[in-house]
Design a protein around this ligand. Structure first.
Ligand code: NAG
Ligand code: NAG
Ligand code: NAG
Length: 395
């Protein structure tokens, strides 16, 4: 037998790899009602949706000019089912939440990112336990996350609602999403405190640029043993940040910049550090009072730290330069505080090449603005005198 007939035989054989099943009629109905809910004027001719043409089968591979992109199908059962929809960012708009897509029983991935979808998430949602990724980011959705959300999407591992107009508080029921590892709520209008608990297997929590308030409490975070990234900047979090937070076992990156935290409670840091994985800490633009904790230099992997523009007083601990355990700082921003005393020798003696940062706008001695690290200039003497009294500026 020569090779060519063998190939033909393989191609034509009913059990060959190519899909011979057709798309489930109810899936086709869901797709077509989704398509008709999109404002026709928002479907550009070059877009994926403009290629959707129901005169051919959505999952059938032999229709190269229809259903060009955005879809993928499973072909395990007698009918093909849509398992993934990833719309292109073409500017599609519709006036309500695309509920029709939630009747696709096998859907596991849905991204509508970077379009102009509007409307609230309906409070009554069908159950879609197959869905593992829901990405609604960069649209104009609004309203609260309904409390029924978690029971409808019980298998979610990634939820991205960032860059919309969602509001209300973060519902406590989200904590029942036990597979959720990535939660992004950034750039919305969420308000109120964080719920008393969060999904237990979170790896990344992002809620940047909302109006969240209250303090960072142990109850919310203590069980998050896998949390690596906490991006909570530009909210109204207040009160004292406890050292326990920085000791969460998997934590690597923390950004609590631009909140109203008043203190960092870091008493026995040196004892607890050593085994922790914190790499980057940004507490800039808060209202942190008190002294720079020596213990922060004890995190062996910590390479970037910013506490700029707070109300910190006292000296720069020698340990920040010596940092015997682990890597030295690569970025260190201490500017815009009331730090005083002398800058640890090593910082000014040529360490500047590996270190980006600033010690400027403080009350430091021996930090001439001609040294890169010391720019901008220190505060005027009278400001420092007001802070430290008329004495020599001790701690
Ligand atoms: C859909 O496809 C059919 C067959 O290829 C074609 O005749 C028809 O014009 C298409 N419809 C649209 C709206 O493009
Ligand atoms: C700080 O947060 C507010 C909102 O809380 C925002 O308007 C402002 O741009 C943020 N500033 C910075 C420097 O990120
Ligand atoms: C922390 O967040 C602020 C405000 O959103 C941002 O400007 C800053 O670059 C972030 N810090 C780090 C280390 O990424």
């Amino acid at each position: 037998m020569s090779l060519l007939p063998l190939l033909l035989l393989l191609l034509l054989h009913p059990f060959s790899i190519s899909t011979t099943t057709t798309t489930s009629p109810s899936d086709i109905k869901a797709l077509s009602s989704f398509l008709s809910s999109i404002h026709p004027s928002s479907i550009p001719s070059f877009s994926c949706l403009s290629s959707w043409n129901f005169s051919s089968d959505p999952c059938h591979p032999s229709t190269p000019s229809h259903f060009l992109c955005a879809l993928s199908c499973s072909s395990s059962s007698s009918f093909s089912h849509i398992i993934s929809i990833s719309l292109d960012p073409a500017g599609y708009s519709s006036s309500s939440f695309p509920l029709s897509l939630l009747s696709l029983p096998s859907l596991s991935f849905l991204s509508l990112s970077s379009n102009s979808f509007q409307g609230p998430i309906p409070s009554s949602l069908p159950s879609l336990p197959s869905l593992s990724t829901l990405d609604l980011s960069h649209n104009s959705f609004s309203g609260p996350i309904p409390s029924s959300f978690s029971s409808s999407f019980s298998s979610l591992s990634t939820l991205d609602l960032s860059h919309n107009s969602f509001s209300g508080s973060i519902p406590p029921s989200l904590s029942s999403l036990s597979f959720l590892s990535t939660l992004d709520l950034s750039f919305n209008h969420f308000s109120g405190p964080l719920p008393p608990s969060l999904p237990p297997n979170l790896i990344t929590l992002a809620a940047k640029s909302n109006s969240l308030s209250g303090s960072i409490t142990t109850s919310t975070f203590h069980s998050l043993s896998k949390l690596q990234v906490a991006e909570l900047s530009s909210n109204n979090f207040n009160g004292v940040l406890g050292e326990w937070f920085l000791f969460l076992p998997s934590l690597q990156q923390v950004n609590l910049s631009n909140n109203t935290l008043t203190a960092l409670d870091f008493k026995c840091g040196s004892a607890a550090a050593g085994r922790q994985g914190l790499v980057a800490l940004d507490l800039s633009y808060n209202k942190l009072a008190g002294e720079l904790p020596v213990g922060l230099a004890g995190f062996p992997a910590m390479a970037a730290m910013s506490v700029r523009y707070n109300r910190l007083r006292g000296g720069i601990p020698r340990e920040y330069y010596e940092k015997k355990k682990g890597v030295p700082f690569k970025r260190l921003f201490l500017d815009g505080n009331y730090l005083n005393g002398r800058v640890p020798e090593g910082f000014l003696a040529g360490a500047g090449e590996e270190l980006t940062g600033s010690f400027g706008d403080n009350c430091l001695e021996s930090c001439p603005k001609t040294v890169g690290l010391c720019s901008p200039e220190q505060k005027p003497k009278w400001v420092c005198k007001q802070v430290y009294g008329s004495g020599k500026g001790g701690r």
